[in-house]
Design a protein around this ligand. Structure first.
Ligand SMILES: Cc1ncc(C[n+]2csc(CCOP(=O)(O)OP(=O)(O)O)c2C)c(N)n1
Ligand SMILES: [Mg+2]
Length: 593
């Protein structure tokens, strides 16, 4: 998958025409190859909705909440590798986009958010529905623009798509005043971009690559720490080649699940707070971490000072600001992961030097064997959520997309679904946004209509954005939702169980009283609603859901409220103190053995 837009540029013949700013906006979107825009109209953006009505190339999807538009754009972008687009009016429309914009910023998702602004003469007067959205989103956008001159619209749209999709991808906001949309202008295409200071470095420095290869050959306990940047660079195939060439173990972060196949013998699992013992142990005991498209996030490192204490670090990222931000890099490499990995492969292949990792593999295979992921089943015959994930994974298979909300269900989706293909697990990693799953699944399905898309959502998350089921039903977007209904804000409850003496303050959603009744709610939205409460019914209900492809399906999996996510590294503690169950720690190999 590549984020290049060059092919759509090449198709465009030069043209000049008189039209309104609003028409120029729609025309520019068409030229950029946009086929789907998610949004809701309102006063300031209304001029743009008029020419949009006539566009045969751009499909506007009327969502039920602007937050849904933003997450749908993210889901679309992540499933297709193209830029996702959302649109909203000024003031509350724009502020409702703040959460998905922040989400896209944290997870480096390329989206362009277009907002209407009050007329330029009224800006700064507290006009009706005025919000300084470019000011508000300054710290959560890769870049943003406020346009008051219609002549700037076409060029700015091209620049916005270019910035969103090149270098480290991210959200770009384009705020356009109502008078700029209404006024006449001359539309030129293609415009000339004016981004003199923007030149992301993609080609890594060859000296740094040689240094990295030298450290790899010298190391005894290396680990490839793979993050979201590898898939974004379209480098999953190169990663596999590098891993197999060197025989180095691979760990895939929450944002990289699927970038390296789970079934591969060199895969150690996911690192971090709810990572596997083999992945966390590999990091902690390594003598060399090769970080590719990662940011040494606190959820991965745990207590930073005790993270991987014996490791040297090679850190490759397209964003120089990430390198040595949290952990000092002995060999910093700025560049696109595809180029970095390809160059590394070239240097390693050309040299005789190879590391000897036999002892390392003995230790790691021991961890894998002794501490596989597991879970508790319940004597009362009630449903374990992890079992639902295992069966879903097996029945829907690795070709499907899985889009998670935030909470325990997200972690179980990361742990118990088997990912074999890059980009097939879509979730809110950096911001941890409840309500992400339903609209993001909608966007993913619109981008990949031929694929099965399962949202894995929590009962808490689902109640934040389930209104987009109306959008899905009306627009013909047959997503499937596995609702993991534990009746609680489960992840918060888990922390209350472990760290707050089981004082369950405000985490009981009381869904046991069927308020709401999720099956009836699904039906009210024109979807099929199914319920499953016992392990013996799981396969049948998933198979039934797989057979329904004309409308969305919601399966209310009523699960035990006490299921917990293990392993766990408690926040702020060392990865060395990972627990595989309450008060149960793994036994580490002595690193000097
Ligand atoms: C918008 C938002 N508000 C609050 C939180 C804090 N939070 C994290 S997980 C969680 C519980 C999620 O509950 P549910 O969707 O039922 O998932 P479960 O953990 O039960 O699987 C909460 C409240 C958040 N991540 N996002
Ligand atoms: Mg819940």
């Amino acid at each position: 998958m590549s984020l290049s837009l060059e092919s759509s540029h090449a198709r465009n013949e030069p043209m000049t025409e008189r039209m309104t700013g609003a028409q120029a906006l729609v025309r520019a979107l068409e030229h950029m190859g946009v086929d789907t825009v998610f949004g809701i109209p309102g006063g300031a953006i209304l001029p743009a909705y008029d020419p949009l009505y006539d566009s045969t190339k751009v499909r506007h999807v009327l969502v039920r909440h602007e937050q849904g538009a933003g997450h749908a754009a993210e889901g679309y972008a992540q499933a297709t590798g193209r830029v996702g687009v959302c649109m909203a009016t000024s003031g509350p429309g724009a502020t409702n986009l703040v959460t998905p914009i922040a989400d896209a910023y944290m997870d480096s998702v390329p989206i362009v958010a277009i907002t209407g602004q009050v007329a330029s003469g009224a800006i700064g007067t507290d006009a009706f529905q005025e919000a300084d959205i470019s000011g508000i989103t300054m710290p959560i956008t890769k870049h943003n623009f406020l346009i008051t001159n219609p002549a700037d619209i076409a060029r700015t749209i091209m620049e916005a798509f270019h910035i969103a999709s090149t270098g480290r991808p991210g959200p770009v906001l384009v705020d356009i005043s109502k008078d700029a949309l209404q006024a006449e202008t001359t539309f030129h295409w293609p415009p000339t971009m004016q981004l003199p200071g923007y030149r992301p470095v993609t080609k890594p420095h060859s000296k740094q690559i040689r240094e990295a290869a030298k450290l790899i050959a010298e190391s005894r306990r290396p680990v490839l720490y793979v993050g979201g940047g590898v898939h974004k660079a379209g480098a999953a195939a190169e990663l596999r080649q590098l891993a197999e060439l060197t025989n180095i173990p691979v760990i895939t972060t929450l944002m990289a699940r699927g970038t390296f196949p789970d079934s591969h013998p060199q895969h150690m699992g996911m690192p971090g707070m709810h990572g596997s013992v083999s992945a966390v142990g590999a990091l902690q005991q390594s003598d060399l971490i090769i970080g590719l498209g990662v940011r040494f996030d606190d959820r991965v490192t745990g207590h930073l000072a005790s993270f991987a204490p014996h490791a040297k670090v090679v850190h490759a990222d397209i964003d120089p600001a990430e390198i040595s931000k949290n952990r000092h890099a002995d060999v910093p490499i700025v560049g696109d992961c595809k180029e970095v990995i390809s160059d590394l492969i070239g240097v390693i292949q050309a040299s005789e030097a190879r590391g000897d990792y036999a002892d390392w593999w003995t230790i790691l295979n021991g961890y894998k064997k002794t501490y596989p992921l597991g879970y508790e089943t319940f004597a009362d015959g009630s449903l374990a959520p992890q079992y639902v994930m295992e069966r879903l994974s097996s029945i829907a298979g690795p070709e499907a997309y899985y889009v998670a909300g935030v909470g325990q269900h997200q972690m179980w989706a990361a742990q118990f679904v088997g990912y074999e293909n890059p980009g097939t697990f879509i979730n809110s990693g950096g911001l941890g946004t409840m309500g992400f799953a339903i609209p993001a699944a909608m966007g993913a399905k619109m981008g990949r209509p031929e694929s099965t898309v399962w949202a894995i959502d929590g009962d808490g998350c689902f109640q934040m954005t389930n209104q987009e089921l109306a959008t899905c039903a009306l627009e013909g977007v047959p997503i499937k939702i596995a609702l993991i209904n534990n009746g609680n804000l489960g992840m918060v409850r888990q922390w209350q169980t472990l760290f707050y003496d089981q004082r369950y303050s405000n985490t009981d959603l009381q869904t046991t009283r069927r308020i709401p009744d999720f099956v009836k709610l699904a039906e009210a939205y024109g979807c099929v609603g199914l319920r499953c409460e016992r392990p013996e019914d799981v396969d049948a209900v998933i198979k039934k859901a797989m057979e329904i492809n004309d409308v969305p399906v919601v399966v209310d999996f009523v699960v035990h409220q006490d299921a917990m996510v293990w392993p766990m590294v408690a926040a702020g503690t060392s990865n060395d103190d990972i627990k595989i169950a309450r008060d149960m720690a793994p036994k580490w190999e002595n690193e000097d053995d």
